[in-house]
Design a binder for this molecule. Structure first.
Ligand code: MOS
Length: 738
């Protein structure tokens, strides 16, 4: 039997998704369901001076209208430990707690009615009068309030060597500023929660990347035991990070359900998705690079100013990649937060790394130009021998391999370096390169693997599959561990009653959960072998278990395939399923720095008259260790690169500078790539194995592919036009103005 790991197996939940039988949060058929529609604030800062709900209450089908004046006061007990996806510093938003408006589109009321239409109609009748206060909604005006994050740690200031002196003395310098704007997650499936109370038991069907986080949050919010809360999120229509936290609409749905004593569904509109489910924070950066005339980096200084809300300090690892990417003895990073009257940002695909690497990898291109050096060569020349930021060896670093592999497949050698020197008819052709990196994170996770009398193997974990193919990869891991064909494996995920798992986030789930699934699978295989040697009627009774193997549909003698007993016979006689449970956790102090690396090569055309940019090709190469499923991994690569194209050319949440309202909270004005924007991507993974990340040798692939894409695009636009656009997205107006 050939191993399932490494095979391009089709997603096992694909059919259910295509047929519509895979249920998303808003799709559970619940009897007697009532519908909640929130009312959103229209000012970014102020107080509610009056709220008139009379017309809404009298509107047909309305069951209740909750505001800060009549909403139940929830206990909101404090967690023992703040979940890793919540800001460590601050006071989370409690919906309908007070009359204070902290940001645009904050919940000010929720209308519950018998139908969605009745709830929407009544919500439009709620009249809110505000006493507006001057909000801090412009980044420029907020900048003087910038401060170091209070949490310290990896977001605190970092320094090695003497970067200022080395920069001052450097014969070749780059000193530039870069901007990544606010960007919103726009998954196809909006956030939704269905809340069902049964006495003091609460069931939540919620769009979540971490069901047990929602379980803990809801238990503490309502002051009930964890065990009273069940959270289901087996399928999602796209995650990207907005499903990592417990957001206030969950509280609203559960609160409303308790008030009306009926199950309540609250499904956010696309507009409301711009209110309180997070976004990538606008981040302004300054990068200074110093180098010798032959391209050896002598100094790197990277500063960032990132927006956060007035009530929480959201931080991300924006400058972590800079500290480890290149071989430079003198380096400093400084990260500051800029509080504004906005809702709290959150993680969005490649959080931190994607922002910092846009600046660093564009600056590296600017340095290559200043040096008149090939930008691939410049990067290879500055390859570090170890992770200088933590002074540890790499578990596996194949950045140079990725650069060389990508350059070869892209035919980088045909590039002529002078901007505007490559043409195709009337179009300018530009090519650009940028690097990528993402940490190989691991957290504790557990799984159960069971074999039923019919021979079916079931894998269970509370971990979710937000789309990358966790159902399929865990089936592959379990199949090989138990020694059965992958077609016999079922996988159950996304239910808080199943064994504990970390979030599907930070690209950490695969490497966290797969060792637990593998271990449980191996223990199940061992249990089958032990049953074969101990069962009274087994032909293998009394044999040394070490001479036997579980493979295919049977336990057999390794040296003599004619001697065997089938799994089905063993289980029939046992009259019960066999199961094993395992937990995996990273052990002790890290001995290695674990990161994935990659490189993107972009070819695009620019119309010299109107500066229209069209992407022609993106060739990417990634080193992530072993790839468990080339098909789903390729899909992650493509999805991430599309996200990078959006970041490079289209995505930007814009606010009215006077009133602080988000102006494009919809799909027609917040632009994301469509099929016509996207050519075929040539994404490949290097054939490699990282023994340090875990027994399967592979790191998660969710985030790496988006990191660096925007820089590679920016570098290609420069190569085509000679114009360097340092604030994303790169749009026609910026090229015309330059
Ligand atoms: Mo990812 S931003 O950790 O879902």
């Amino acid at each position: 039997m050939s191993p399932a790991i490494g095979q391009p197996i089709r997603r096992i939940e694909g059919r259910a998704k295509v047929l519509g039988t895979a249920r998303y949060a808003a799709e559970y058929p619940i009897r007697n369901l009532a519908h909640a529609v929130p009312v959103l604030s229209t000012v970014p800062r102020g107080r509610i001076s009056a709220i008139d709900t009379a017309a809404a209450v009298a509107s047909p089908g309305v069951l209740t209208v909750l505001t800060h004046l009549n909403a139940p006061r929830l206990p909101y007990r404090q967690p023992k430990e703040v979940p890793a996806t919540n800001p460590k510093v601050g006071d989370p938003l409690r919906p309908l707690r007070d009359d204070v408006i902290r940001f645009d589109r904050q919940y000010v009321a929720v209308v519950v009615a018998d139908t969605l239409e009745h709830a929407e109609a009544a919500a439009a009748l709620v009249k809110v009068t505000y006493e507006p206060l001057t909000g801090v909604t412009s980044f420029d005006r907020a900048l003087p309030n910038a401060q170091l994050p209070r949490e310290g740690g990896r977001t605190g200031p970092y320094r090695r060597g003497t970067p200022d002196a080395a920069f001052a003395a450097a014969p070749v310098k780059v000193d530039q500023r870069y901007v990544v704007p606010t960007e919103h997650h726009n998954p196809m499936e909006p956030h939704a929660t269905v809340a069902v109370w049964n006495g003091s038991q609460l069931t939540l069907y919620d769009k979540s990347q971490w069901v047990q986080n929602i379980q803990q949050h809801a238990a503490l919010a309502f002051g009930i035991p964890y065990g009273n809360v069940r959270v289901m999120s087996p399928f999602m229509g796209g995650g990207f990070g907005s499903g990592l936290r417990a957001w206030p609409h969950i509280d609203l749905a559960a609160m409303a359900a308790r008030v009306v004593k009926r199950p309540v569904k609250l499904s956010l509109s696309r507009e409301a998705m711009y209110g309180t489910v997070g976004y990538r924070p606008e981040t302004r950066m300054r990068v200074r690079l110093g180098s010798t005339p032959d391209g050896k980096l002598t100094s790197v200084m990277h500063e960032a100013w990132a927006q956060t809300s007035t009530y929480e300090e959201f931080t991300e690892n924006t400058l972590g990649a800079t500290r480890l990417m290149y071989d430079v003895p003198n380096l400093s990073t400084t990260y500051r937060l800029v509080p504004m009257n906005v809702s709290t940002p959150t993680y969005m695909r490649g959080p931190g790394e994607v922002t910092g690497m846009f600046a660093l990898e564009t600056a590296m291109d600017e340095l290559a130009v200043a040096l008149k050096m090939d930008p691939v060569q410049l990067r290879i020349l500055n390859e570090p021998p170890k992770d200088l930021s933590v002074n540890l060896p790499w578990s596996l670093r194949t950045y140079v391999d990725a650069l060389r592999d990508g350059a070869k497949r892209f035919d980088w050698a045909r590039r002529t370096p002078e901007p505007g020197s490559m043409r195709d008819g009337g179009l300018l052709v530009g090519v650009g390169v940028a690097g990528s990196t993402y940490p190989g994170n691991r957290n504790p996770a557990s799984a159960r693997v069971r074999m039923d009398p019919d021979g079916t193997v079931t894998v269970q974990s509370a971990g979710t599959d937000i789309g990358p193919g966790t159902y399929t990869s865990m089936a592959q891991v379990a199949a090989d561990a138990v020694g059965v064909d992958v077609s016999r494996v079922r996988v159950e995920l996304g239910d808080s009653r199943l064994p504990y798992s970390n979030a599907q986030g930070g690209s950490a789930l695969f490497a966290s959960l797969s060792p637990a699934v593998r271990q449980a699978g191996l223990e199940l295989a061992r249990a089958l072998v032990m049953a074969a040697v101990s069962d009274a009627r087994s032909p293998l009774r009394g044999l040394n278990p070490d001479t036997l193997i579980s493979a295919g549909d049977r336990v057999g003698v390794k040296a003599d395939p004619t001697k065997f007993v089938t799994h089905a016979e063993l289980l029939k006689r046992l009259r019960r399923p066999l199961e094993a449970h395992a937990t995996s956790a990273p052990s002790g102090k890290p001995t290695h720095s674990i990161h994935s690396f990659g490189a993107h090569f972009v070819e695009l055309t620019v119309d010299p008259d109107v500066y229209e940019i069209r992407i022609r090709r993106i060739v990417s190469s990634f080193g992530v260790g072993a790839v468990i499923n080339p098909r789903t991994a390729h899909s992650q690569a493509v999805g991430g690169i599309i996200g990078g194209v959006g970041m490079g050319l289209l995505e930007e949440t814009r606010s009215d500078p006077r009133r602080g309202r988000i102006m494009n909270a919809n799909f027609s004005e917040y632009l994301i790539p469509v099929h016509a924007d996207i050519p075929v991507f040539e994404a490949e993974y290097l054939k490699e194995f990282d023994p340090i990340i875990g027994p399967l040798g592979g790191k998660g692939v969710g985030e790496l592919p988006i990191v660096g894409v925007a820089a590679a695009i920016s570098n290609a636009v420069y190569h085509a036009t000679g114009k360097r656009i340092r604030d994303l997205p790169i749009t026609i107006d910026k090229l015309l103005a330059d």
